[in-house]
Design a protein around this ligand. Sequence first.
Ligand code: G3I
Length: 369
Amino acid sequence: MSVALVAAALLAAGMALVRYAPERPPGDGDARPVPSSPASAAPGRETLRDLMPPGVKIGSAVDGRGLSLEPAYRALLGTEFNAMTAENAMKWRNLEPLPGVYAWTGADQLVDFAHQHGQAVYGHTLVWHSDVPKWVSPDWPADQVRAVLQEHVTTVVSRYRGRVWAWDVVNEVLDEDGTLRDTLWLRKLGPGYVADAFRWAHAADPGARLFINDYGVEGRTRKSDALLKLVRDLRRAGVPVDGVGFQSHLRWDQPPRDLTGNLRRFAQLGVSVAITELDVRVALPATPQKLERQATLYRQVLRACLAVTACVSFTVWGFTDARSWIPGYHRGYGAACLFDGSLAPKPAHAALLDELRRQLPRAASPSPG
Ligand code: G3I
């Protein structure tokens, strides 16, 4: 369904034609300030968390097994990052395996770890066409589908009210051609489900920043054009969209076209922008030359984020090749993360540190005499 139809549906739904004004101006970082006290890093070794400028979070997706099983994984997560995203623990299928039966332990462990380490938590993800519990039936009548979706959004956001700074309210709602993806939600609820999800989430936690998240929208593409129009139409209809997440699952040899300019045009809508799931997959074998090009692309994405005031978060989709989703989903590719399988830093990590040092405010030159 075309995005234009979404606008019509929004208006037909009687949405007041008011511009949505976020309670907090975009780009103001976290309404719940992240304590800056990093966990103890190796003496003398600067970390990404040490060097990230205020107002921009440096985060990583977190694999629950790594967190619970590997002390070295926990240590690196705590020293390098001041923010985190649950890679899988907060997905509907994992949170509510049976109707009304919630499995909060995994998500709670992540949130507890984050708060023990002064890290902000980015909630991922409330409404997605993947990882829907199997008990949600496409054969149900629309009102039953709507009821369980509203219950899910409200229950999850309410549970973490005040402990999650932002949510991916909807994830991957656009198809590659820029039309709304043909999903259970669109088929059963119509295009208005997007606005409804944001309103439900806002009602459950008015203090959380609410994002729409997608992939293939990092550069200027037909899909990012459509996303821009969708976000503009939603906000004009008064829907509480605070931010846009750019997943940024990139290939080492395919940099996005005009990432900075693209982020800027979204920021001009009055929303925050965030790099939400960055990884840079490399065609195996990962030679030193390829890893250098990977490092350059990581650096370019960070530079783009830091160049746009509204960019409030820079998150990688896992920090170690040992736990990356890439090899299982992109045959022939891997080595996508900042640290290798033994948690040793790769050129990409050094490139980010170098870029952050270059971006540090120049120390005031000593006054002459
Ligand atoms: O934990 C079970 C394990 O017990 C079981 O033995 C195994 C085999 O069935 O499955 C394990 O669960 C897998 C889970 O990852 C943890 O490894 C799921 O099957 C698998 O589907 C899941 O894949 C995740 C994928 O989203 C689908 O949810 C990836 O880890 C995760 O990196 C990926 O992340 C997505 C974002 O959420 C949205 N943006 C795209 C991104 C990449 O696809």
